[in-house]
Design a protein around this ligand. Structure first.
Ligand code: TXA
Ligand code: MG
Length: 339
């Protein structure tokens, strides 16, 4: 398949992409979190094609994207007060809300679950595309399954060229990690995936929120994942990644002595000057927002540099740091070294 690449997301480019989606095609679209791979969420066949293009496991459901709050109602069987409070506070923006689904959602979208994940992105190109399509858009991150999520159109081109109908370049993504996923389908609000909105921010609007255990630890083989995406190895470059937990002095001593091939440090800004091994930085130690913005690009760059083993500095676990740590943990396949 020849993939149409639109270097700038002009109104006419967005219109052409909307036509493609209305005909059942797939489009790589920018959002404020990461690039998405969009199709008409109400067309089961088009949604099935998303799974093929990504090589995505069939049991991992997709997020449905809307451009106005009133578009939520037909997609779900109820809209609790908590959902409205969250939507009013954080939409458009990096928050995905899980609710019991309505009958119009095809099984391909929810992987057979009786709930559906809905989000209203804030990126103007995504919003305009949804509006012109006139239907909600199912869109996972536009990476090949297992690779880091794409935060630029170039990343999408690398993973998806020849596999999808079009790619719309809307510049680099602002947030850099995916949306926060919160389920309102259980007894208590529960964060299934940390992301662009921190648990602290959610609590300030709806009170106590639970954090699903899968956010910070690996599920045992017999456990059922509340969010199927959390159980897979994810976001991985080809290199073996380790999270090294401890202060910088101990980190430095450990990584400099480590005997591994093509070792690289993935550290915070400024620290690279004090290390003797090759390194890449992913933001200031005190700025989890910046770390989120740069992490996925850094993971892809490590591949380009031919890294064999990567020793990553560990982010703090509060605010956006939780989302950064959650992604690094999966990139590292849960391998943590304490120093
Ligand atoms: O920021 C984002 O959320 C991006 C952009 C493109 O919007 N999308 C994204 O989609 O990250 P994806 O497919 O890569 O991740 C969706 C996550 C997965 O972990 C999936 O298991 C979970 O949401 N999910 C979707 N529907 C669900 C449901 N009904 N119940 C539980 N988890 C669900
Ligand atoms: Mg993804």
């Amino acid at each position: 398949m020849k993939t149409l690449i639109f270097d700038t997301a002009t109104e006419s480019a967005i219109k052409t992409c909307a036509e493609i989606i209305k005909r059942g095609g797939l489009v790589g679209m920018p959002t404020e979190t990461v690039y998405g791979l969009a199709a008409n969420a109400l067309n089961g066949k088009a949604v099935a094609d998303i799974f093929k293009a990504k090589g995505r496991p069939q049991d991992n459901p997709l997020i449905v994207h809307i451009s106005r709050i009133d578009e939520l109602y037909p997609l779900v069987s109820e809209v609790p007060e908590t959902a409205l409070r969250l939507a009013k506070a954080f939409w458009p923006g990096p928050l995905t809300i899980i609710l019991p689904k309505s009958d119009i959602i095809p099984d391909e979208v929810t992987a057979g679950l009786n709930t559906v994940a809905v989000r209203m992105p804030s990126h103007p190109v995504a919003r305009r595309l949804i509006e012109l399509c006139g239907v909600p858009l199912a869109a996972p991150s536009a990476n090949s399954s297992g690779l880091p999520s794409p935060t630029t159109a170039e990343h999408v081109i690398r993973d998806m060229d020849g596999k999808i109908d079009a790619i719309l370049n809307g510049g680099a993504c602002d947030v850099g990690v995916e949306s926060t996923v919160i389920s309102l389908a259980g007894k208590k609000p529960r964060v299934l995936r940390p992301g662009g909105i921190s648990p602290e921010e959610l609590s300030s609007v709806i009170g106590e929120v639970e954090i699903d255990p899968a956010v910070l630890s690996q599920l045992r083989a017999e456990e059922v994942a509340a969010s199927p995406g959390m159980k897979y190895k994810h976001y991985s470059p080809k290199a073996k990644v380790y999270i090294v937990q401890g202060d910088f002095e101990n980190y430095k001593r450990y990584v400099e002595a480590a005997e591994s091939e093509n070792k690289f440090a993935l550290c915070f800004d400024g620290e690279e000057k004090e290390l003797t091994l090759p390194s890449l930085t992913y933001g200031h130690a005190k700025s989890p927002k910046e770390q989120a913005h740069r992490l996925f690009n850094a993971l892809r760059e490590l591949d380009d540099l031919g890294a064999g083993t990567v020793y990553a500095r560990s982010p703090e676990l509060s605010g956006m740091g939780l989302a950064v740590y959650n992604r690094l943990l999966r990139a590292a396949a849960f391998d943590i070294i304490e120093v």
